[in-house]
Design a protein around this ligand. Structure first.
Ligand SMILES: Nc1ncnc2c1ncn2[C@@H]1O[C@H](COP(=O)(O)OP(=O)(O)O)[C@@H](O)[C@H]1O
Ligand SMILES: [Mg+2]
Length: 238
């Protein structure tokens, strides 16, 4: 599905990801854990094509066999990628419907988009009022994360990267988000970057990846997340 080869990424002249190799398979759920600053968000942004993150010449990113490393974010989205931001921004003057319409590029009827957004909002416990407000204006951390998940669902992408979708989210909101993601998983590939085992309790990852200093230093099953939670990242050194 997504094949990362010799991935070396720098930002502001500083190398963050160092020769990373990994293949994400279709339909599986992955968790990416790792200490602060290990390069998790950098990897997420780079998969989506953020222009600040520069790939080395040898770096390759293939989505279903097609090289995507030269594509802009919009093209990557059309190829089926979605990124839920660690810190979703507010957009005054723009409603989520308008943003979704733009992102769908005419592939879904505006009325249909509205209907789906309203249905998903109900499932996620997002109020009508929040849904109709300019995007994320005055919204809490948890509300913003829910809005990200709602957008992911309407856009119907195949590979979804959730950067700390569980951070700053209360227990009930976490349940809403987790149940929603589980219900709508189908054959999608999920990559959930997280610091906590609590979301993984619901998402049940097939694989847990640990990043440290821009590298994947360990790959394990769900129990790896539990071990890390109890023993910390020092455990990896052993
Ligand atoms: N735009 C940027 N400018 C400068 N340094 C950056 C930028 N983005 C990320 N970094 C640096 O790259 C490293 C990895 O950051 P990040 O990918 O956000 O880590 P993580 O998500 O694992 O906490 C950090 O040292 C961070 O300061
Ligand atoms: Mg991060």
């Amino acid at each position: 599905m997504l094949f990362l080869k010799n991935l070396t990424i720098s930002v502001e002249g500083k190398t963050i990801i160092k020769n990373l190799n990994f293949e994400f398979e279709k339909g599986k759920t992955y968790a990416i854990m790792g200490p602060n600053g290990s390069g998790k968000s950098t990897l997420a942004y780079s998969i989506m094509g953020h222009p600040a993150y520069k790939l080395s010449d040898k770096s390759s990113m293939k989505l279903n066999g097609q090289e995507i490393s030269q594509m802009d974010p919009n093209e990557r989205a059309q190829e089926g990628l979605f990124l839920s931001f660690q810190s979703p921004l507010a957009l005054s003057g723009v409603k989520v419907y308008q943003l979704l319409q733009l992102a769908m590029n005419g592939k879904k009827d505006p009325l249909q988009i509205r209907k789906e957004a309203q249905k998903y909002a109900k499932e996620l416990g997002i109020s009508e009022e929040l849904l109709n407000r300019p995007l994320n204006v005055g919204a809490s951390g948890g509300e913003r994360k829910k809005m990200e998940v709602l957008q992911a669902a309407v856009l119907e992408k195949d590979l979804l990267v959730f950067d700390e979708v569980d951070t700053g989210v209360d227990v009930d909101a976490l349940k809403d988000i987790s149940h929603f993601l589980t219900k709508h998983k189908k054959n999608k590939t999920y990559i959930a970057i997280t610091h906590y085992n609590r979301i993984l309790h619901y998402l049940k990852p097939d694989f847990v990846l640990v990043m440290k200093d821009g590298k994947i230093v360990k790959v394990g099953k769900a129990d790896l997340a539990k071990t890390i939670e109890s023993e910390g990242y020092e455990y990896i050194k052993k």
